[in-house]
Design a protein around this ligand. Structure first.
Ligand SMILES: Cc1cc2nc3c(=O)[nH]c(=O)nc-3n(C[C@H](O)[C@H](O)[C@H](O)COP(=O)(O)OP(=O)(O)OC[C@H]3O[C@@H](n4cnc5c(N)ncnc54)[C@H](O)[C@@H]3O)c2cc1C
Length: 477
């Protein structure tokens, strides 16, 4: 017994005297990926597929982040799955669309690379078990009317589970309850991260560090600093979206690109408009006014128009369509379920919420005249997208913005997800993937937030993660 105690004392003294032994939890790998949402899991899987050593860190006790909460909408271009379903844009169409939808403001080189990556990765995940409907698609909701976006069967959590299962087959298991707390930086280059778990702190040294920490809706500090106008809505996303990766990179001289948040809308009975049958009516009616009966924005902006609606009287908007709408079936579903109204005259519909009739009729007249005469819409809706507002019956539904879901602003990167400093130089060893770099894809500004096609946030991670890895390994770029 005495001998055991003295052995223990000797060991304890050795540990105290020898820092090398105390640091024995440090590790060295090719890649460390921070955050186990869709972006992090996809990046880590790619690293493992390329035969590299990788550690995937997750600060919560479970993986998934916002990726497991979402709708599971994802576009792809030029994949076998596109060919099978006959849906989606070609690569060239998508590249052009992303350029135009951002009015030239997005990071086009990155968008192009993500589009190119989408074909192979889509087929890889479908082959690996991700399931998308082959007979049901979602309209993009923004200004890509004819882009039918793929929908994961079982929504985002099923898609994420499939990604996680693929990762596991490549030997990637997230290291849970293991928050990265700082970047290891030597002479301006990132060399890995410091992790703090229940046992203490250790370092993971890596040749390449990929930040996949998601958005920052849960950080009042970052929301107030970068998007104070958006901080009044409830953040409907993972608790992990505290912008950790953004904060570290900003300290190294990185800067933000894009602007605004994606969001959802609530129905009159307080439900999430996404999730009820007929609840899509307001986003599929492309003539929108405020309570005064005046148009106030480009109706094709997508969920990012929430902020502009919040600036109108009563923070609500009213969306109209006529009998020629391509979405009559969905609008009828809205009428049947109480989420839309239908009448033979616009005046009758104005009575539902007290919209000012004279202004509404004048707005409709101006709109119809503009469309008929090939005019320039004051809100820049392209002529081809201007809807018809001429034929009864008419439909109307309430657009009531509710809850931010994701950031459309994030760290600026180059064409290969390398995080950039304000002077345009890349931070050595540091990449981003997923929502953390989403601003690049959107190119929104304070004058006009932008969300391109739905499915773009997941694309930024599921395709962006592998893009980052391949660039780091010199396979691309
Ligand atoms: C309701 C809803 C519907 C949506 N619908 C769609 C859709 O259909 N299609 C689409 O493309 N997008 C959609 N989005 C947006 C999309 O879900 C997200 O932008 C995307 O999932 C983000 O993926 P990510 O991997 O970058 O981040 P996340 O999935 O949020 O993962 C980030 C992970 O990093 C972890 N983390 C953070 N900090 C640390 C740290 N310091 N150390 C370790 N781990 C850390 C977090 O805990 C989290 O698990 C939707 C969002 C919501 C909320």
């Amino acid at each position: 017994m005495k001998r055991r105690i003295s052995l223990f004392i000797v060991l304890a003294m050795l540990l105290a005297l020898c820092p090398a032994l105390a640091e024995s939890r440090d590790e060295t790998v090719d890649f460390v990926v921070v955050g186990a949402g869709a972006a992090g899991v996809s990046a880590a899987t790619e690293a493992a597929r390329q035969g590299k050593s990788v550690i995937l860190l997750e600060k919560l006790s479970f993986a998934g982040g916002s990726s497991a909460l979402n709708e599971g909408f994802l576009w792809a271009c030029g994949s076998d799955f596109n060919a099978l379903t006959g849906k989606g844009y070609s690569k060239e169409q998508m590249k052009t669309y992303l350029r135009e939808s951002s009015r030239g403001n997005a990071n086009h080189a990155l968008n192009d690379n993500i589009v190119d990556m989408s074909a192979e990765i889509m087929d890889f995940i479908v082959e690996g078990g991700a399931k998308f409907y082959t007979d049901k698609f979602t309209p993009s909701g923004a200004d890509a009317r004819d882009l039918d976006v793929f929908m994961a069967e079982g929504a985002g959590h099923s898609l994420f589970n499939a990604l996680l299962a693929i990762a596991e087959r490549y030997g990637v298991i997230p290291r849970y309850e293991s928050p990265a707390v700082a970047l290891i930086v030597e002479e301006g280059a990132v060399k890995g991260v410091t992790v703090q778990d229940a046992q203490g702190t250790y370092n993971i040294y890596a040749q390449h560090t990929i930040l996949a920490t998601g958005g920052f809706l849960q950080s009042d500090e970052l929301m107030d600093r970068f998007m104070p106008e958006w901080n009044s809505e409830y953040p409907y996303c993972t608790a992990g979206a505290t912008g950790d990766g953004h904060k570290w990179a900003l300290e190294l001289g990185a800067y933000m690109s894009g602007y605004g948040c994606g969001g959802v809308w609530r129905t009159e009975d307080g439900k999430n408009g996404y999730h009820v049958e007929g609840g899509l009516a307001p986003v599929l009616s492309f003539f929108m006014v405020n309570i005064e009966g005046n148009r106030f924005c480009n109706e094709y902006m997508g969920a990012d128009k929430n902020q502009l609606i919040n600036m109108q009287t009563g923070k609500k908007a009213y969306c109209f369509a006529d009998a020629n709408s391509p979405y009559v079936a969905l609008l009828e579903q809205g009428v049947a379920n109480g989420y839309a109204y239908k009448a033979d005259t616009l005046e009758e519909l104005c009575d539902v919420y007290g919209i000012q009739k004279d202004n509404l009729l004048a707005s409709v007249e101006a709109y119809n005249k503009c469309k008929a005469e090939d005019g320039q819409d004051p809100f820049q809706v392209p002529l081809a997208y201007m809807t018809s507002m001429t034929t009864a019956p008419y439909y109307m539904s309430l657009y009531d913005p509710a809850m931010n879901t994701n950031c459309l602003m994030g760290l600026a990167t180059d064409a290969y997800c390398r995080i950039l400093r304000e002077d345009g130089s890349a931070i050595d060893g540091l990449y981003g993937a997923g929502e953390i770099i989403m601003g690049n894809l959107c190119g929104g500004t304070t004058a006009g937030p932008r969300y391109p096609a739905c499915g773009s946030c997941l694309a930024a991670g599921i395709y962006g993660g592998p893009l980052a890895v391949r660039h780091a390994l010199g396979i691309i770029g």
